[in-house]
Design a protein around this ligand. Sequence first.
Ligand code: GLN
Length: 382
Amino acid sequence: MSLRNKHTASPVNIFTVMTNLARQENAYNLSQGLPDYPIASELSELLREAVTEGFNQYAPMQGLVPLRENISCTLNDRYNTGFCSPDTVTITPGATYGIYTAFAAIIEKGDEVIYLEPAFDCYLPAIEINGGVPVSVTLESHNNFAIDWEKIQNAISAKTKAVLINTPHNPTGYVWSQNDWDQLAAIIDGRDIYVVSDEVYDSIVFDGQRHIPGFLQPLFNDKIISIYSFGKAFHITGWKVGYCVASKAITEAFRSIHQYLTFSVNTPAQYALAKYLELYDAGEAGRTLQVKRNLLIDGLKPSPLRPLATSAGTYFQLYDYSAISDLNDVEFAQWLTTEHKVATIPLSAFYKTLQKDRIVRFCFAKKDEVIETATSILRHIR
Ligand code: GLN
């Protein structure tokens, strides 16, 4: 008997590798995108309330009604639309699952899916395991990862079934403008191509920028599935609760698979999140993270590390380390963790192949004192 590997991604993902190394080396972990600070006390209280009040059995397959209602109201208010309703929102066990299930619903064997590199590491396996053929469009660091619309246009073929996009973008921190959405719309207009839109950092945007969700684009209304995560918005990555928003027809296809993959998502967390949506401060995540981003950038100004474009959203900022080392980015990330006790993620983890760039990603969703100590270490590396 033999087991065929159903994807071509790394057998052990980089976030596991670097967080394990950080633990082993007792290093400051600026690698994996997980906050190390406490969550809102109201949210922990609500979770406790859910369990003690008896919300401990299966939730409905598509998610608790009050949670789907409150998500719809929040999104409709925030974006001044009427698109969202409980029938267009499905609660998922995290966004990675949402992306996987979206592909399970959309693609058939041999269908091509266009995605942009650098790309979050779950995209490629999610496409391949579901029988799709990933078609990468590579964005260049020397060009500040500007979206190359001509390359995207050229990547379209008769077999293209979907385009996968990510805004705010991990790891570059780029936030899509309306012009970006218009460019994509112009390319896929009139074709049977779906858009899977990873928007897990929707509430973490800086410097007055606005996130523009995919489902707002009129041309995409019946072609797009937008994927979200409470993990990022409320600093609760371990709760593994997210949701997706799509037209009723796509939602139906999504749910027909979801009900057999996991059936439903943990009930106490859904109860707590439904109530928390009625009292949370919508600007909190963006404000908190912007201060932390600035702390990282200011702390590293006197260092030989050079920031790429300033992150406009997400938990992340890219840095060029070529003034410090000739090591490739994977070796450098390991060396930095073992020798200097600061863990990062090499940019190559976001590509199918090892990159020549000397770039690593820092996560600034960390306690201020962790950022301060890590940057003071990094300032002294030569
Ligand atoms: N999204 C987070 C990151 O980019 C963590 C993802 C993960 O651990 N799978 O670091």
